[in-house]
Write a protein that binds this ligand. Structure first.
Ligand code: FAD
Length: 318
């Protein structure tokens, strides 16, 4: 089922979804199942699986020189989606990024998804690679997520890159895109960022999943702002609890987000990671209950492989 149909069929009841990462290369699918088995109790209608572009690493050679090599540490997004759909009979949403793909490779990836019966995609641009200070698209690839949304939209109309194809099979993808309640860090201001988000929706995206946030006011205000510029699609809040003391610094640095003062004060009083995790779980539980009350269609949890934390949260919320 498409994500938008899952939302419609829930008739206003808030649902839960989880986002997982493929295991590191060399890992086994059982690690995914071990993680998801306990979460199935909460009946997520779909599971998101992230996509990881290749990274550059520098290896020192015996001569002392460094050699730049490119590796993909977490391949397997599409295979994992298929395995999830087969094992649990629920939907899986692969993330597809612009980075690292030519438009032909993107088309081929979408054809594979279509043949596998996967009709949900979260369409993203991707970030700059390590050692690059800005996002660089692949030669012949898309520079922005909107271009990916447009390509998927064309395939949904039966239009392929090869213009000799007439009466091409129409795919039926439901397309999600990312939104940033605190603004995407590269956007010059929130208004411009919102216009680019609106453009993704006008290009055919069906729903939005937000970047993680810890202040519900930001999400509620964001919804208001989106509605005021004519964005009508569902906006799914993304949530992630703090579970370690060091995340007070690392999360804002990596994800360009802010923590509210009250949360910072509470975490700063903690002596150990275990104490911080308790505070983080309680904060996310309260956030989730409030968002449920406010009518959020789905609560989307960024698990990052940490099952026990999300089982503890979901038990109190669903
Ligand atoms: P875009 O919508 O293309 O926006 C990128 C920036 O460009 C923004 O500042 C926007 O305002 C601006 N912009 C947009 N269009 C234009 C235009 N036409 N001209 C000029 N500026 C423009 N990354 C991964 O690598 N793998 C994942 O699996 C993954 N999953 C994610 C899931 C969620 C829910 C979220 C919120 C993010 C995820 N990311 C993932 C991170 C994402 O790739 C980064 O946040 C990236 O920096 C931006 O992606 P985007 O799709 O929002 O880009």
């Amino acid at each position: 089922m498409k994500v938008t149909d899952c939302i419609k069929s829930a008739k206003g009841k808030t649902q839960v979804s989880f986002e997982i990462l493929p295991p590191l290369k060399g890992g086994h699918i059982s690690s995914i199942f071990n993680m998801l088995d306990p979460l199935m109790e909460f009946k997520p209608p779909f599971i998101d699986v992230t996509y990881h572009r290749e990274e550059y690493i520098y290896k020192q050679r015996p001569s002392g020189y460094y050699e730049k090599t490119s590796i993909r540490k977490r391949p397997g997004t599409v295979g994992i989606c298929t395995a999830i759909m087969n094992k649990y009979g629920i939907d899986a949403v692969p993330h597809l990024i612009c980075g690292g793909f030519t438009i032909e490779e993107t088309e081929n990836a979408l054809i594979d998804l279509n043949f596998l019966g996967i009709n949900n995609v979260l369409a993203l641009r991707g970030d700059a690679r390590k050692f690059e200070n800005r996002f660089v698209p692949q030669d012949g690839g898309h520079p922005y997520a909107i271009d990916l949304v447009k390509q998927i939209g064309a395939m949904n109309k039966g239009e392929y890159l090869d213009q000799n194809i007439v009466n091409g099979q129409k795919t039926d993808f439901c397309v999600g895109v990312a939104g940033y309640p605190e603004k995407h860090f590269e956007a010059p201001n929130p208004e411009v960022d919102l216009q680019f988000l609106k453009a993704k929706i006008d290009a055919g995206a069906d729903y939005i999943v937000t970047q993680m946030f810890w202040d519900n006011e930001n999400y509620l205000k964001y919804i208001e702002n989106c509605r005021s510029v004519g964005i009508k699609v569902p906006i799914i809040p993304g949530l992630k609890p703090i579970t370690k003391l060091r995340q007070l610094q690392s999360i804002p640095r990596i994800f360009h987000v802010n923590f509210p003062n009250d949360l910072v004060k509470e975490i700063s009083k903690c002596k150990t990671d275990a104490d911080a995790r308790e505070v983080g779980i309680e904060w996310t539980v309260q956030q989730s209950l409030e968002l449920k009350k406010a009518g959020a269609p789905v609560l989307h949890y960024y698990t990052m492989g940490d099952v026990s934390t999300f089982t503890a949260i979901a038990k109190k919320v669903f």
